[in-house]
Design a protein around this ligand. Structure first.
Ligand code: GLN
Length: 552
C-alpha cells in the first residue's frame, strides 16, 4: 500500500515558490544564497520554508559517507538529511521535516510501491507523468501553509539525474499563476588572467537551462567581487532578463553575512515585487534586525578548540563548527577550530591538544581513531581542560573513565570490540533485531530529564531538555552501579538511558549522548557549546587574576 496520501492542492491558496538551480559547477553556495534570501523575507514578515532536492538514488543521507557528502544532518522528526537542510534551519530558524528533503530514492520508492499496489490501474508507469507528479506533490505538501517556499535543486543543470526535477519544475510553473513562481539561476563568474569578469560560462549555463524549457527570472553571479555594471549588462543581454534582475554574490568573510550582502544588492526586494508581496511586507524600518546584530557582534579575543575526529573536512562536522560560531557570537569571541586526526593521536596529540583551549570529541562510527579519541578525553580530564563529548564522544568519555578511573581493564564499546571484558557501552536493546542500516538508529528528538543542581541544569536552566539523537549504542545498564559515588555523574537521563555525563571538580567536562549541535542557531546558541566557551573564558580570567596577584 502507498504510505503517503495524495493531496488535492489548490494553487489559489497561494504559496509563492522560488526555484533555485545552479550552473557551471557545484559548490557555489546556492543554498546559502537561497537561505539568505529566505531569511530576509522572514524578516519582512513572511512565513518561509525550504525544500532541498537531492537527485541521488539514496533514499536519504543516513547511509552516506561524510567524507563525500559532508555531515548527515538530523531533523526533529528523525530524518537523516543533506547538510543544506541544516543551513536552512539555521538561516530561517524554522524546523524542517524529512519531507523537506526530496531524493530520487524516496520518489521512486513511493511510485514503485504504488505500482505494486495496483494504484496505476494498468497504466504504463513512467518518469513523465508519474515521477514528475510525485515530485510536484511533494513540493506542494512541503510548502503548505507557508507564504514562500524555496526549492533548491542540488547539482548542476545538465546533470542526467536532475532532469526529471527540472521537468517537474517546468510543469509546476506552467500550472501556477505566473507571479507565484520565480526561477533563480546561480552561476560562476570567473576572472580572466587580465582581471576581467567573464560571462561566457554563465551564458552557456543559461543556454542549457533554456534548452530544458526554463527561463531564469533572476541570475546570481558568484564571483570573488561584486559584478561590475558592464558584467551585469552583458549577462542581462545574453540571457534575456532585465539588468536589475542580475545580482552579485561576492565572497564574504562569513556565511552569516550573506543575508546582509543579498539585502544590499536588493535581491529580496526584487523577489517581493515579483511576487506582488512588496505592499504586504513590513516597512523597512520595522523589519526584524536581530540577525544583523548577532552576526556583526564585535569580537574581542579568540578561543582555540581542538576537534578530535576522523575527517579533516570542514563539511563533515559542519553543525559543530556552526554551533561554536554561535557561541562565539554570544560571547564576542572568534572560535577557531583545529582538526586533530584521531588516528594519529599517538604521535603528536599532546602538542596539538596543548595548543588548544578546549577539546571536542564529536560523533562517529566504527573503530578508526577510537584509541586517539579516548586519549584526548583522558588528556582533557586529567589536565582540567574544558571538554565536550558528543554522542560517540560521550561514549568514549565513559570508556576512558571506566578504564582509567574505575580500573575496568579493557573496557570498551561493543561497537568497537565485541569481545571486550567490560562492554560499558552496548547496543540498544531494541537494535538487536535490526538488520537494515538506513533509518534504523535511535533518531530525532527525545526528551532528557535533568538532575537539579548539576552543570547540565545550570546550562539548560531547566529540569529537561529536548535534543536530537542518532545512535545505536548506549551506556550499558549493567555498569550503572560502577559509577555510583563517583565524581563522574550522569546528570541527564531518559528512563534507563544515560544522556548527559559530567565530572565534578573539573572546570567543564560534559558529554551528551544526543547531538546538541543540530539545534544551535545564531542568536540562540546551544547550551553545551556556550558553556564550553564560557568555561574557557572563565579560565582565562582566572589566569589573569592569578597573574595580577603575582605581580602585585
Ligand atoms: N557509533 C555510536 C552509536 O551508534 C555513536 C553514534 C554517533 O556518534 N552519532 O551509538
Amino acid at each position: 500500500m502507498p504510505t503517503e496520501p495524495e493531496t488535492n492542492y489548490d494553487p489559489s491558496l497561494g504559496s509563492k515558490f522560488i526555484f533555485v538551480t545552479g550552473g557551471v559547477m557545484s559548490g557555489l553556495g546556492k543554498g546559502i544564497t537561497a537561505a539568505s534570501t529566505g531569511r530576509l523575507l522572514k524578516n519582512a514578515g513572511f512565513d518561509v520554508t525550504a525544500v532541498k532536492i537531492d537527485p541521488y538514488l539514496n533514499v536519504d543521507a543516513g547511509t552516506m559517507n561524510p567524507y563525500q557528502h559532508g555531515e548527515v544532518y538530523v531533523l526533529e522528526d528523525g530524518g537523516e538529511v543533506d547538510l543544506d537542510l541544516g543551513n536552512y534551519e539555521r538561516f530561517l530558524d524554522e524546523e524542517m521535516t524529512s519531507e523537506h528533503n526530496i531524493t530520487t530514492g524516496k520518489t521512486y520508492q513511493h511510485v514503485i510501491e504504488k505500482e505494486r499496489a495496483g494504484d496505476y490501474l494498468g497504466k504504463t508507469v513512467q518518469i513523465i507523468p508519474h515521477i514528475t507528479d510525485d515530485i510536484k506533490r511533494r513540493i506542494r505538501e512541503a510548502a503548505e501553509g507557508t507564504d514562500v517556499c524555496i526549492v533548491e535543486v542540488g547539482g548542476t543543470v545538465g546533470d542526467i539525474e536532475g532532469m526529471p526535477y527540472l521537468e517537474a519544475l517546468r510543469q509546476f510553473a506552467h500550472e501556477e499563476p505566473e507571479e507565484n513562481v520565480l526561477f533563480v539561476h546561480v552561476t560562476l563568474v570567473p576572472y580572466s588572467k587580465n582581471g576581467e569578469q567573464k560571462t561566457k560560462p554563465t551564458q552557456h549555463s543559461v543556454k542549457e537551462v533554456r534548452s530544458i524549457g526554463l527561463q531564469p527570472d533572476v541570475i546570481v553571479g558568484r564571483c570573488e567581487d561584486k559584478l561590475e555594471p558592464s558584467t551585469k549588462e552583458k549577462i542581462a543581454l545574453f540571457c534575456d532578463i532585465p539588468t536589475d534582475a542580475v545580482f552579485s554574490n561576492p565572497d564574504v568573510e562569513d556565511v552569516y553575512h550573506v543575508p546582509l550582502m543579498v539585502e544590499e544588492e536588493g535581491l529580496d526586494q526584487y523577489v517581493l515585487e515579483h511576487f506582488g508581496l512588496a505592499e504586504e511586507a513590513l516597512p523597512e524600518g520595522e523589519r526584524a534586525n536581530e540577525w544583523r546584530d548577532v552576526v556583526t557582534t564585535e569580537k574581542d579575543g579568540e578561543v582555540d578548540v581542538a576537534l578530535v575526529g576522523k575527517y579533516d573536512l570542514e563539511d563533515a562536522y559542519m553543525s559543530i563548527r556552526e554551533s561554536l560560531k554561535h557561541a562565539g557570537f554570544e560571547l564576542g569571541v572568534d572560535v577557531n577550530v583545529h582538526w586533530v586526526a584521531a588516528d594519529e593521536m599517538a604521535d603528536h596529540h599532546t602538542e596539538r591538544l596543548q595548543e588548544s583551549d578546549a577539546v571536542i570529541v564529536p560523533g562517529g562510527f566504527g573503530m578508526r581513531g577510537t584509541e586517539g579519541k579516548i586519549e584526548a578525553v583522558r588528556y582533557a580530564r586529567e589536565n582540567d581542560v574544558p571538554f565536550l563529548g558528543l554522542c560517540l564522544g560521550f561514549q568514549m568519555a565513559v570508556v576512558e573513565y571506566a578504564r582509567n578511573a574505575l580500573g575496568l581493564e579493557g573496557a570498551h564499546s561493543a561497537e568497537m570490540d565485541e569481545d571486550t571484558p567490560h562492554p560499558v557501552i552496548d547496543i540498544l536493546p531494541e537494535q538487536y533485531e535490526v538488520e537494515n542500516m538506513g533509518g534504523t538508529m535511535r533518531l530525532g528528538e527525545h526528551t532528557t530529564v535533568i538532575e537539579p543542581e548539576t552543570l547540565a541544569y545550570e546550562l539548560y536552566g531547566d529540569t529537561s531538555c529536548s535534543e536530537r539523537h542518532r545512535h545505536r549504542y548506549e551506556v550499558n545498564p549493567e555498569y550503572f552501579e560502577h559509577f555510583e559515588d563517583e565524581p563522574l555523574v550522569f546528570s541527564g537521563t531518559a528512563g534507563n538511558r544515560m544522556e548527559i555525563l559530567e565530572l565534578e571538580d573539573h572546570p567543564y567536562f560534559l558529554g551528551t549522548q544526543f547531538h546538541p549541535e543540530y539545534k544551535s542557531r545564531p542568536g540562540r546558541p546551544s547550551p553545551p557549546f556556550l558553556g564550553l566557551i564560557e568555561a574557557v573564558l572563565a579560565g582565562e580570567r582566572d589566569e589573569i587574576e592569578y597573574d595580577e596577584e603575582v605581580t602585585h
